[in-house]
Write a protein that binds this ligand. Structure first.
Ligand code: ADP
Ligand code: MG
Length: 141
């Protein structure tokens, strides 16, 4: 299944809708190049979960936890991870197998740690369709 967006706002809105319908315990694995729109999508998802805090890109911390919404929202950005052991150090298992909603930016870098079931969301630009066009694919694993 895939969707197409033509602005950051549309990607944010898609994230919001998916966040609104997300069940506790779901892990969303986001993939896509730098600047694809993973963080835009993540911010929408946080809003959909009812998080009112400002959601920033957690690039330098790997994990940012937002407790204010319907469920805890565990926002990972593993772009700068050196080794998967860093995920163990931050206690990723408590998040992946907990009662919140997890979203992992750059999930392909920690694929071996992903749970048996997760939802993969791939965001891809296509310059032929315009600078702000994105194809957003959803796949259940
Ligand atoms: P990533 O987290 O994947 O590295 P970001 O979400 O931080 O990417 O940045 C995406 C950038 O692309 C933002 O500057 C955003 O304004 C821009 N952009 C343009 N069109 C879109 C779109 N359709 N969806 C999401 N972002 C878009
Ligand atoms: Mg990002």
């Amino acid at each position: 299944m895939f969707m197409e967006t033509y602005s950051p706002e549309e990607t944010w809105e898609l994230g919001r809708k998916i966040g609104e319908g997300a069940k506790a315990g779901t892990v969303f694995a986001l993939t896509g190049d730098l600047g694809a729109g993973k963080t835009v999508f993540s911010k929408g998802m946080a809003a959909g979960l009812g998080v009112t805090e400002h959601v920033s890109s957690p690039t330098f911390t790997i994990l940012q936890i937002y407790e204010g919404g319907k469920y805890p929202f565990y926002h990972f950005d593993v772009y700068r991870i050196g080794d998967v052991s860093e995920m163990e150090e931050i206690g990723y298992e408590d998040c992946f197998y907990g009662d919140g909603v997890c979203l992992v930016e750059w999930a392909d870098l920690v694929r071996e740690l992903l749970p048996e079931h997760y939802t993969e969301i791939t965001i891809a630009a296509d310059m032929e369709k315009g600078f702000d066009y994105r194809k957003i694919s959803l796949e259940e694993h």
